[in-house]
Design a protein around this ligand. Sequence first.
Ligand code: NAD
Length: 495
Amino acid sequence: METIAHLIDGERVEAAPLGSQPVLNPATGEAIRSVGLGDAGLVDRAVASAAAAQQDWAEQSLAARQRVFFRYRELLVAHTDELCTLISEEHGKVLGDARGEFARGVEVVEFATALPQLLKGQFSDSVSRSVDVRSLRQPLGVAAGITPFNFPAMVPMWMFPIALAVGNGFVLKPSERDPSASVRLAELFVEAGGPPGLLNVVHGGPATVDAILAHPGIRAVSFVGSTPIARHVYESAARSGKRVQALGGAKNHMVVLPDADREQVVDAAIAAAFGSSGERCMAIAVLVVVGEQPGLVDEIAARMGSVRVGPATDPTAEMGPLITEAHRDRVARLIEEAVSKGAKAIVDGRAHPAAAGPGFFLGPTLLDQVDVAMDAYKEEIFGPVLLVQHADDLDEAVALVNRNPYANGAAIFTRDGGAARRFVRSIDAGMVGVNVPIPVPVAYHSFGGFKLSLFGDTHVHGEEGVRFYTRGKVVTERWPDEASEARSLHFVTNR
Ligand code: NAD
């Protein structure tokens, strides 16, 4: 069986100091590769290599760095099929969905090609007599990224293209469940002319992450994953003096007003709840039906019957398996818990023929009469389960959403511009959709939530990404000039 290597100094390194574990194809349940788990020694090697490469990279002209990114973008596009096949094999998502995530990742690389513009400083002429002030942004040194299984290419690409473009080195620790795509992304960066070592990939699990968090040579950590680990990463990285952005889990609500376009609502609910088997941090987990909307829930249920569940190798499949057997069983348990406490299973995915195996499949599930005290409502399910809640009016719906401790995304469906505006202003979520169920911002804006969905204060990519991976410096300068020779012992004011 193929071993997935780490990538250090542009070379594949096979090492398993903490043992290795199988990488499964979730559509069959079979082990297809194995991955070695890195330790503190391997992390140290990767950091040292990135630090050495970064010295020269940060000295290169903006245009030279930009040219690497132009070539990298072209190489990524040329390798789309190869990368998306890897994503589907190890993650399980269908090919169309893999292509979607890959394209959104490439979008960040396209944003990064604008690095000369992104790094332009500011200048204030004559803040005082003969004194000018300018600001510049400089790289931090080496940054690290720790990423989740659910977007094996896009989430790493939220991070390293920007970190590298602004002059840093980067160590990526992808999810050990589907790590192959990250290795290819890093190899293609070298093929594009990126210095070997600038972008290294070290595989592993919790111990590898802890080695990254403790490493004194890493100045900043970007994390995307579940809330408990995000909190751990935030606290440990901050304790060791690092800059940190740690994006956590989600429980996204879609609020539907009675005047919304029914057709659009039904399509949006199905796509956003069951696409990628609900394993998206921006998936819709809760449908909030406002007022009386006879037939809405039944229409969604009826449409769910046409969602084709199957492996990515079946070109007609729309929804793949869950990532592991344990996760599939956890989702099934949450469905059981809700039903046993009085929720009504309008569609029960446990009874779907695909759930009998092989692979870790579960059919789309729709639960009505869900109580907010149920675990299925309180926890992030991260599976193909849509819960239905009811609210009398918009204010009640907004209050329900805002009581939830997660605050990644939220959406409203309506034809009423005033109601939509009120929703946008009052909803406690970092990303808001108006008649758009999954409002993932484009690369030149920034992605991130509030509350338990983000620890730290900077969102990823876009301008906030540039700020996260750079330090600002402000220069106040005066050059000898007869007009500014007068000496004064007073504190400087703007004379
Ligand atoms: P996870 O938290 O289990 O793993 C994420 C990363 O942390 C992995 O690289 C993993 O190796 C590492 N890790 C796991 N346990 C650890 C531990 N005890 N100590 C240190 N490191 C550890 O998440 P996952 O299951 O891979 O991904 C799904 C989660 O990610 C969901 O909660 C989802 O909402 C979240 N997510 C959030 C966003 C967002 O933008 N907010 C985006 C994608 C995914």
